[in-house]
Design a protein around this ligand. Sequence first.
Ligand code: SF4
Ligand code: SF4
Length: 468
Amino acid sequence: MKNQLNNFKKKIDLNIKNFDTILLKEPYIQDNQTKTCSLFEHLLVDFYNICFYHLKMKTESIVKYDCEQQLRLKGPPIIIVAAVREAEAVANACAERNIAVSGICDSEKRKSEKPFSGLKVYHTPDLPKNFPQARFIIASQHVQECADQLIDLGYNEFYSPLELLKDYDVNKYKHRISSTFMRSRLDVSKKSHEYYFDDSKTYMRSLDVMITTKCSLKCANCCNLMQYYKDAKNTSLEKINSALDVLHKNVDYISEFRVIGGEPLMNKDWANVVNSISVKNSDAKIFIYTNGTISPKEEQLESLQGKNVNFLITDYGNLSRSIDKMIERINKYNLSFDRQLAEDWIDCSNIKHHKRSTEELKEVFKQCCVKYIYTLLHGKLYRCPFIANAANLNAIPDNPANYVNLLTNSDNIRQQIRRLVKNAKFFPACDFCDGRPYDPSSKLGYDGRGMIAAGEQVSKPIPFKEYK
Ligand code: SF4
Ligand code: SF4
């Protein structure tokens, strides 16, 4: 009996310890200090989480896998969600099967200004005016979020395009992006949908491996907060590899690795990082995000030949002083790249304690377009680049609910990672962020200035309030 009581007590203690790291930490956010929660409060939080989990499952089951036969049947108009690159392939696959599509919807209002793949684009909130009833094929990799948003608008018929894309031949069509890039996008998208149907797995669609906080440019509105760094640093190859090893053991699958900075080429080990990711994750896509200011060394490019590596080069005009030389070298080694003009950005780099209510925080998180951009920085895993850099700069109070320290000897690291990945509410750090909504023209869950010019430079680091 005594043993049983002790075991029971141990279980409760363990639960309390775990609940203490549950991310719904309203007292912490409001008072900026941790409160000891009573067992009753913990149980309430637990109850909330169980209800939330079941509601989520209910939403998940509403997205159907088998779509081909259903969509051929007569019924409400068919809409593709959203105007992402892979939507072009979904539209082609529908045309091949004589499935008539009535349009595409997207949460970004600006995308509704012109047709996409020959189809009219509707701003998602306007859908009910145009289509009181509709069936949806979710082309976006964010299956859950899209379904949730459409359920809020009163719809209930959703399909994954997995079945349609099964035998899709990328080479048969001329897409808006290169065939190699489309193939990469589709591979990542298919994995996202497959893992969506298997909630027992811990899956990351994308991981930003931030290998340096140094940048050769200093953009005033850098969404990764580089403009605030006074003592920017590279992360050592050993530290990056150790953290990646922990992720490799504890995450079921990561579709794409984005090697970023700052400017990743400022870390002399950038090619070694890329090579070690490639060895351990042979079928994952690796993207190197660069600003075209530094030309990579030939031997570094040579070491990447035959690997699943793509350069994403942002063209900042005259500021991208080495872009032509970089492209010439990348071509010489037959590596894949995509050059994109730095167009307008969403203003989202302000750091301010908003003191929002729980409901407001949930809305900010719900609207956020980068909440699945998991970020690895100096051995810690974060949910987004804003949290990673705000925490690293000490621009927000240190709160373990914001991250998982991968380089500790904790025996429940897998659980901690899963909790960070599956959290669908908000993080304490979100209260310091203006928000980064899909649609900045809507004021819902956003306190920024909307669209701003990309790439404006500052001459020195921007001051901010530090939490010691
Ligand atoms: S180039 Fe500009 S936006 Fe990109 S990381 Fe550097 S400072 Fe940030
Ligand atoms: S709202 Fe939260 S998850 Fe989204 S960018 Fe801001 S801090 Fe990150």
